[in-house]
Design a protein. Structure first.
Ligand SMILES: [Zn+2]
Ligand SMILES: [Zn+2]
Length: 274
């Protein structure tokens, strides 16, 4: 079987036995669930969950699991004239998702922001012609289901189909990446930002953390590095990791403003009364 951790949603390599514990959840950025380590399988998920999808804008569809499972993130299908790209991934691949993606022309490449969303990516790749899966090499140790479809990339920027580019920002993970799509948002550009640049409930802002569930911040130099990595690119909209968490416009200002606030908060605090 290929066990799936119910806390982070990652699928493990084929094995007759369950893993002892989930390596991704044993890491300090995650956690073992309150009831201890629990496992499931893709077949069980298909019985208990379904995928939902939403057309976000021309050429962009988001997918997520209902009811909410594990971390609860969304994945995106990006359609470009030179091919379709899946950004981030979820633990479930069911008939409605397969049919939807097939009608849109399938998947030519898959890119994932960081290990928390590696999930069942090998299943998605297999279903769509063994589409190549681009992961940053600095996070290679976190791949729990190795497969020939996985291609590690190095360095700071990787250009992929349709003018899309992957930008390594680091921070949350060494290889944490965002995807830049210049043609989105009426040619004003969009970032698909995973947990690397987190869209927060006040959607005029974003944030940056080493651990989100355990509230561990990043140092100033790591936040500055993220800002510097995206500074050369224009983007209006930011699609965050979770359903509806989207900065609708002025995304680049939101990132700058949020970084300034974050740096003030970790240096001196924001309470001006003191
Ligand atoms: Zn896990
Ligand atoms: Zn994460």
């Amino acid at each position: 079987m290929n066990a799936i951790c119910t806390t982070c949603g990652v699928q493990y390599a084929e094995s007759p036995n369950l893993p002892d514990c989930c390596r991704i959840c044993a890491d300090e950025r995650q956690y073992i669930g309150i009831d201890g380590q629990k496992w499931t399988t893709l077949d069980e998920l298909r019985r208990e969950y379904k995928t939902s999808s939403h057309a976000e804008e021309q050429g962009l569809t988001s997918f997520w699991m209902e009811p909410r499972f594990a971390i609860g993130q969304r994945a995106f299908l990006i359609e470009t004239p030179s091919g379709n790209v899946l950004w981030d991934c979820i633990s479930l691949l069911d008939e409605p998702a397969i049919e939807y993606v097939r009608r849109r022309g399938g998947i030519d490449a898959i890119c994932i922001s960081h290990p928390h969303y590696y999930t069942a990516v090998v299943e998605w790749s297999r279903e769509f012609g063994n589409a190549p899966v681009y992961l940053h090499r600095d996070d290679a140790e976190w791949v729990m289901r190795p497969a020939p479809c996985i291609q590690f990339w190095d360095g700071e920027v990787k250009n992929i189909a349709g003018g899309l580019r992957l930008i390594r920002c680091g921070g949350h993970f060494a290889g944490a990446t965002v995807l830049h799509w210049p043609e989105a948002s009426g040619h004003k550009g969009a970032l698909l930002s995973g947990d690397t640049i987190q869209v927060v409930p006040d959607r005029r802002f974003v944030s940056f953390m080493w651990s989100y569930p355990n509230y561990v911040p990043l140092p100033a130099r790591a936040v500055q590095r993220i800002i510097d990595a995206v500074e050369p690119y224009e983007f209006d909209r930011i699609y965050g990791a979770f359903p509806k968490m989207t900065v609708a416009q002025n995304g680049k200002d939101a990132v700058r403003r949020s970084a300034e606030r974050y740096l003030r908060a970790i240096r001196d605090g924001l309470d001006t009364q003191r």
